[in-house]
Design a protein around this ligand. Structure first.
Ligand code: NAG
Ligand code: NAG
Ligand code: NAG
Ligand code: NAG
Length: 604
């Protein structure tokens, strides 16, 4: 089933704004995401009126009802829906409803799915409605708007600038249900009455960035899968090693990368990444083409793990800012890359063949700056741990001012993109930005983070980070269903807390991450043995020591407090892998004297 994106019914007011990163056309962009294989969601963000205009297309038999809405992490119960339903007089209604803990739908007293219009062509229904970011109805999902940035900008800049800086970022989980009718009312419906249902993740309130001009010699190159028979299992990771053309012996810039999805497979291709096989230029990598986890995948393909491009369902193309491009190619560049496609097939459809991939735009007319990537957050080690049974446990990784001081150029860097990263238990990620003790607007955040939706996202506007600034990345983990402690590390069952920031001009700093200092950790394990009678010991390794602790409420709280105040061990490394000069052990985190005020909602 295919749908073309034809909108849009509702007219709106244009705001005249100048500036490359925030032109009025940003409010015009229409985004799309599939809802299963027979429906799709299209929307536009209206910043000035703080609402989204949505259009849903779905195929169904006569009298069917269709609910679409939001929930925190994609659960169908305790979700907020707009429900289209048909009564037996063939009258069509749209109602604001929510599902409770027992999955029962109830009509909301306050109705917030407004400006309803619909059309039908054959068995396809298309309907539109508008929805305020924050309806102030406690039963509705809040699309938060952070207005704390206003004081920063108020004096010098116009209102729209503030609006763009302040809209919520991060993941929104769209949920949907489809069932048969006619109905007499929405009230009393159960989630289980739906014949099909599902969830799609997207960045709902994204800012559309107008495309900069590409030079005349810009060319397109697609790294695609080659007629993959998509297995009829829920999850498949397909890996395909390919070699870039010989023109890449010369240095190029990537200006843009984006999805090249085979038509009709929009609902199957969940996310894709292109990895560079970073190694000496003359190293050959086998052109493997098969499941990523197959036992016969050659060991030599394991060097293909430096991320060049990442895309996830519902995302637009990633466009580099006018001043910068991602360097690729050159004499010392190994031309092998690996495409990884995650096929998500919850309907267990058989017989699909796919050749989707990522489309790059390259140029040899180099832009002014090379773009670079810095890793912020926690070191990949077992020094940090998350006790089991936690609803929300926080770990923070620091990029302290001493490290940005030696690693960044005097005029600072401009950060334009960010990719947040945790493994399975991460629920929230935020990177705070501190200058001279004062907290500036957050660099990036996602309050509904999912490990299954890791896009490289453009920031609403580039953020300047100066030498001496500090960046604190905090991840919130949920381990309610784990019986043992979760440790930091590389395995998918371990945890990470990372923000890969994309910036220019490329500088020598590449890793700015922390963990608790070794001394503080040793002291902690000794304390646990002597005062809490735990089986920790100076002879055991870190992982074993953490595993030797029986986690009570008090011990969990004490671990949290320890992580908050303990001195750090810093990894402040350059792009050649060596440590930048400085004393990086047993060092204090940069203090935050003036934190941001908590976020306020504009509700009575
Ligand atoms: C809708 O109609 C199309 C074409 O007639 C058909 O292929 C499809 O199965 C129908 N879908 C539903 C849900 O009825
Ligand atoms: C938790 O740890 C115990 C003791 O090491 C081990 O036997 C058990 O398999 C672990 N449970 C899980 C789910 O890994
Ligand atoms: C940082 O540099 C140190 C010293 O060279 C090295 O041991 C460590 O592995 C590096 N860390 C990273 C993440 O590159
Ligand atoms: C943000 O909105 C809240 C609620 O409307 C208001 O009280 C607060 O003053 C606003 N903050 C700024 C900086 O405008």
């Amino acid at each position: 089933m295919k749908f073309s994106v034809v909108l849009v019914l509702v007219s709106h007011i244009l705001i005249a704004v100048s500036g490359r990163w925030h032109q009025s056309e940003s409010t015009l962009a229409v985004h799309s995401v599939p809802l299963g294989s027979e429906a799709s969601f299209h929307w536009r963000v209206e910043l000035t009126t703080e609402q989204i205009v949505a259009e849903v297309h779905y195929a169904a038999e006569e009298y069917s009802w269709f609910a679409v809405g939001f929930s925190n992490y994609g659960e169908l119960k305790q979700a907020d829906y707009c429900v289209l339903w048909v009564d037996w007089h063939r009258e069509t209604h749209l109602e604001d409803a929510s599902s409770d803990v027992d999955s029962k739908l109830n009509t909301d007293e306050q109705q917030d799915c407004t400006n309803f219009e619909w059309k039908k062509h054959g068995n396809v229904t298309k309907f539109t409605f508008t929805r305020k970011f924050d309806t102030c109805d406690e039963r509705d999902y809040v699309i938060e708007v952070d207005n704390r940035t206003i004081s920063q900008f108020l004096l010098t800049l116009i209102t729209v600038y503030y609006l763009i800086a302040s809209v919520q970022r991060g993941t929104t989980h769209l949920v949907w249900l489809k069932g048969s009718g006619p109905l007499t009312s929405v009230a009393g419906l159960q989630v289980a009455d739906a014949k099909s249902s599902g969830m799609s993740r997207t960045e709902l309130l994204r800012i559309h960035h107008p495309k900069p001009q590409f030079p005349a010699d810009a060319w397109q190159h697609e790294i695609r899968a080659d007629r993959v028979q998509v297995p009829n299992v829920e999850t498949t990771y397909w890996c395909h090693v390919q070699k870039l053309p010989s023109s890449m012996r010369r240095k190029h810039h990537v200006l843009q990368f984006g999805p090249a999805i085979q038509q009709g497979n929009e609902h199957l291709v969940h996310h894709m990444e292109v990895f560079h096989c970073a190694g000496p230029a003359d190293v050959d990598v086998p052109l493997y083409n098969g499941p990523c986890d197959a036992p016969n995948r050659p060991e030599r393909t394991q060097i293909c793990k430096k991320v060049l491009a990442a895309w996830a369902m519902g995302a637009d193309a990633f466009v580099y800012p006018e001043e910068a491009g991602l360097p690729i190619g050159g004499e010392n560049f190994n031309r092998f890359v690996m495409l990884e496609v995650h096929y998500n097939n919850p309907e267990l459809l058989a017989g699909n063949v796919d050749s989707s991939g990522i489309r790059f735009i390259f140029t040899k007319s180099l832009r002014k700056y090379d773009a670079g990537v810095i890793e912020l957050g926690l070191e990949y080690t077992d020094k940090m741990a998350i006790p089991p049974g936690q609803e929300a446990f926080l770990l923070s990784g620091h990029c302290i001012s001493e490290c940005t001081g030696v690693g960044l150029p005097q005029s600072g860097i401009k950060i334009f993109g960010s990719q947040l990263h945790t493994h399975l238990t991460g629920r929230r990620v935020v990177t705070r930005h501190i200058r001279d003790g004062e907290e500036l607007p957050m660099l990036n955040y996602d309050n509904h983070y999912s490990t299954h939706f890791q896009e490289i996202r453009l920031l609403p506007q580039p953020v300047t980070v100066l030498p001496g600034d500090s960046l604190i990345t905090t991840c919130t983990y949920e381990t309610l269903d784990r019986e043992n402690v979760t440790l930091g590390g590389f395995a998918i069952s371990d945890e990470m807390c990372v923000n890969y920031i994309h910036y220019y001009p490329n500088s020598k700093l590449e890793v700015c991450k922390s963990a608790i200092s070794d001394d503080a950790l040793r002291t902690y394990f000794r304390y646990m043995k002597e005062w809490e009678s735990q089986r920790t010991s100076g002879d055991k390794g870190i992982s074993d020591n953490y595993k030797s602790i029986e986690w009570t409420k008090v011990r969990v709280a004490a671990l949290h407090d320890l992580y908050e105040v303990a001195p750090l061990g810093m990894q402040c490394n350059g792009s050649d892998g060596s440590r930048l000069p400085g004393l990086w052990d047993n060092i204090a985190s940069t203090p935050v004297r003036l934190p941001l005020a908590p976020m306020a909602r504009g509700c009575p």
